[in-house]
Design a protein around this ligand. Structure first.
Ligand code: 13P
Ligand code: SF4
Length: 324
């Protein structure tokens, strides 16, 4: 059995983004969580938007929504703690139903998931008979259950084109759908949902950043409005943006996405100058070290899925994962 690294040793990973005084506040929780994981036979899956003390201090697996879904399927411990938002925990539960899936704060939602209900999807199907429904994973299990297939920001174009049809409905992120529509000949019917973090970026922000930071490379998440993506040098999922920075090593970069992404990548790339326009996701930020510790101590909050929707939702997610 491998030794559990103490927080003092883990500090090396984050020393360029967390001050020593801050780390001494985090260290007791980091140590407690890393021991609790062993004791409770648990792993922590953390999204790229989690803060660096979670991402680099206690997470076992990190990634974008697609990677977390794939990894959740392979977990063989008894417990999965999902350091992320509720739809991610639901997806993990759908894909590995025998595991106990915990979310540290049940209120960690998502403005996209809130933007559409299962009834809305049923009405759209009536309105567009025969048109397949591609649903972003940022939705409830009930919405997924009404869909033909899911997608993430990392595979949306491939999923849309895999269906071999001239027209699809893509829910609920209007901007993601519009950004994909620009890259494909498939006609896309959209829904007016938005991510409350990414919708705040504008093309004027990009121009201002370029003027204020000469030579800056601009990366944008496809949940940003299309005019932001059009002005960016590269657009992709959180994992695709992290890979771009690691691969290309730009001297100066700005990520038009949630704040913590830059901190997490900066910790691994101390030579890169990150310009940080800070848009926080209040849902992602509900997850903290003390709440993760409490989740492991109390085995709460357990994520369950209504059996009436679980089968349909699983089918839509598995359909996505089967597309290579
Ligand atoms: P990805 O990590 O899949 O790109 O998703 C971004 C997001 O907003 C998750 O909430
Ligand atoms: Fe939802 Fe946007 Fe927050 Fe992601 S960043 S969880 S899409 S509100």
């Amino acid at each position: 059995m491998t030794a559990i690294a103490p927080a003092s040793q883990l500090y090396e990973r984050v020393k360029s983004v967390i001050l020593p005084a801050e780390w001494s506040e985090f260290a007791p929780d980091v140590d407690a969580i890393n021991h609790l994981k062993r004791e409770k036979n648990a792993v922590i899956l953390a999204h790229n938007y989690q803060t660096p003390e979670i991402f680099h201090g206690v997470a076992d697996i990190v990634g974008d929504s697609l990677a977390l879904a794939r990894e959740a399927m392979k977990v063989d411990t008894d417990v999965i703690v999902l350091a992320g938002v509720h739809f991610m925990a639901e997806t993990a539960k759908l894909l590995n139903p025998a595991k106990r899936v915990l979310i540290p704060d049940l209120r960690a939602g998502c403005s996209l998931a809130e933007s559409i209900t299962a009834e809305d999807v049923r009405l759209l199907r009536q309105r567009w008979p025969g048109v397949p429904i591609v649903t972003y994973v940022n939705t409830s299990a009930a919405v997924k259950a009404e869909s033909d297939i899911c997608c993430t920001s990392g595979n949306a174009k491939k999923i849309v084109e895999s269906l071999g049809v001239p027209k699809v409905i893509m829910l609920p992120d209007e901007y993601l759908a519009q950004n994909i529509a620009r890259e494909t000949n498939v006609e896309i019917i959209t829904w007016a949902g938005h991510c409350e973090v990414h919708e705040r970026f504008s093309a004027a922000d990009v121009r201002q950043l370029r003027a204020g930071h000469p030579g800056v490379v601009v990366l944008a998440h496809p949940e940003c409005p299309p005019e932001v993506v059009a002005e960016a040098d590269f657009a992709g999922s959180t994992a695709a943006m992290a890979d771009y920075v690691t691969r290309e090593q730009p001297g100066r970069v700005v990520l038009m996405t949630e704040c913590s992404m830059s901190d997490n990548i900066a910790a691994l790339n101390p030579g890169i100058d990150f310009v940080r326009p800070c848009n926080l996701c209040p849902h992602m930020k509900r997850v903290t070290l003390p709440k993760i510790r409490r989740a492991l101590e109390t085995m709460q909050h357990e994520v369950t899925i209504d059996p009436a929707v679980a089968e349909g939702a699983r089918r839509a997610v598995e359909h996505m994962l089967a597309v290579r």
